[in-house]
Design a protein around this ligand. Sequence first.
Ligand code: GAL
Length: 807
Amino acid sequence: MTTLLKRCILAADLLLGMNSLHAADGGHRGTVLFDRDWKFHLGNENNAQDPAYNDAGWRKLDLPHDWSIEGAFSKDAPATTGGGALPGGIGWYRKTFTLPAADQDKSIAIDFDGVYMNSEVWINGHYLGKRPYGYSSFEYLITPYLHYGATPNVMAVKVNNDQQPNSRWYSGSGIYRHVWLTIAPKVHVGHWGTHIATPEVSTQQATVVMHTILRNEDEQAKTVSLTTTLLDESNKPVAAKTQQQQVPAGDSITVSTTFTVKAPRLWSVDRPYRYTAQSVVTAAGQNADTYKTPFGIRYFKFDVNKGFSLNGKPLKILGVCNHHDLGSLGAAVNDRALQRQLELLKDMGCNAIRTSHNPPAPELLDLCDKMGFIVMDESFDIWKHAKTTYDYHLYWDEWHARDLQDMLRRDRNHPSIIIWSVGNEVWEQGEDNGPGIIRELRALVRAMDTTRPISTANNGVDKGNKLINSGALDLTGTNYHESMLDTIQQMFPGKPYIGTENTSALETRGFYDMPADSIRRWPLDKGAPGHMNEDLTCSAYDNVSAPWGATHEEAWKIIKRHDYMSGMFVWTGFDYLGEPTPYDWPAHSSYFGIIDLAGIPKDVYYMYQSEWTNKTVLHLLPHWNWAGRDSVDVWAYYSNADAVELYVNGHSAGVRSKKGDELHVSWKVAYQPGELKAVSRKDGKVVRTEVIRTAGAPAKLVLVADRNKLQASGTDLSFVTVRVEDKDGNLVPDADNLVHFSLTNNGFLAGVDNGNPVSLEPFKTSERKAFHGKCMAIVQARPQAGKIVLTATAEGMAPASVSLEVR
Ligand code: GAL
């Protein structure tokens, strides 16, 4: 089903807040969000799939839900610190609902966007099936097993994430993505039943090829009429066609057609223009099914010498890799949290996302289509050869073809997707079965999409890489090995190049190790010389990286240097749960993010902003509280200026300009408390001024909400940053005060965090320590209009409040 359609109906469902579903209006398809009013039990239960099972004692909740994020961190968690040190286990979900008698002649299906993992689903005691892979979306047709009228239906879902470790990062546990119920006429567009491609595009016209699956669940063959209309952004038809077909009973057929769109508006990262294909299915003159597929018209090329271009214009791919968790919200998907991540990244100049290392939530792809991000959509981190004891290798033989095909079917209409990645750093790069597997995966992809290049993300950067040598990849995609990248084209000639994963720098927001220009590559073994700081901090001067990676500046300089490099995907945009690197307890979340786990940018965010956008940037680091230090390294990232002058208490410490490929300027200055001021100038005129003052004792809290107006959808969020300031309004850079939150009834705290990878404080509570002067409270609005007042208090400090309007 298309997410556009889902959205319209989502609003209706929320307004009605219903548990009893309405008949599909006038025979039209109805898709309702099926997230509300589930029962949950943590632990295994006998016979919980039985409709007669008594779940009265179970917890009531709404999906999406991740039970792991509600648990306590533990050194002994089977997931290990690599998996986030949170609990897994077995969980059961049940939902009881009724259907009106009028729906008896309909086709009814249930769609799960993602359940981690090993889900098994029953309807009214009938077993529907199992899906081991926690990132796949799937549908069950449930028509034959349903009751109508007063008799209730019971859906039961068992989720088994007990065998751990099964992931190299935090997975979450439960029905962590949306669930949808579709009520359609018996003859309708099949599941993910449209496929749209734009093989020929010019400014004069575009060819739009569309295949539509028509499914007939009736007991008689039907003569079906399919009318497809292409609508522009203002809903104006730009092309239309009607086709008649016979659809056999209990069967599906595919109807193909080609349209010409004159003077097409092209989809791009700057103007992500979308069309909609509206399919109306009529059988015997009635029972219309209406299905909408958003799509985009664009063309692109990966060139061996010139790199990537979109719609004929060169475009460097400025990407980040992200895992799926949303920090303190865990894996439970939330549209606004995803949107906010993309807003922060867009503001930094990022134009591409790699869905490392698995199919993402469908909402992420919708947002990338709408907001203008290029996507590398990735299927697997593991093939046959295990990376952790219980990971996907256990399911590979039986499931890989189905999981890959389902990703392709679900995702191939998204204009944002421009690369299919079928594997990340799989062991088979160096194994004899590698070429056979990659050829098979290629054939699977090509059977469903011929328009996008196929790649893998390779850390075997040598001539012996069996996947690259197989010839089955369209791009050479490499991870890390930055020191080899200047000559990578000689090693792998003839194929366009993309940095599928770069950098792996490690940073703790707000913490600085000097000298700033000495780069540390942490050995992973505890006790090894040069191992990470004892307190598990990593310097935020961009002077620490994993031994296999590079600092942000090192990696970007190389990718920037060569036109043939299509671009890069920085590991990672956001910090994520798990993979602290090194893995020493109590660290349990990553240090790789440009933005921390709480969603607060680290300093290097502004390096990218100065390089990847046209914005006028001036960012000064570190803070200016260095009592006991003689000399301090000061850096500035800047753009749209010729030079920056630094002043300490009004005295110039010198003017600096970036030379050669430098990405920042720096000074070593004698520390004196007071004022550090940077002034950037162009042609002698002041462009920007940035001031940091030595902070005094913590005196007050200041709350900054990313949005003060929320929708009464029940899921909307405001991210409220808490700043601990001195009496003069300076951020106190070492403040770690415990902040308590309280709020009025119309909202609740969805999570609290401070971005500290070693904090063992829970996320689902109403207090958080500040970390380097800041923490975050994520407020979720209930589905009623009104006002939310969030108040923050801390001992010895003036409290602060912020008012949020819910409409
Ligand atoms: C890569 C891997 C990522 C992550 C990263 C950390 O090798 O593909 O998933 O583990 O290293 O540096």
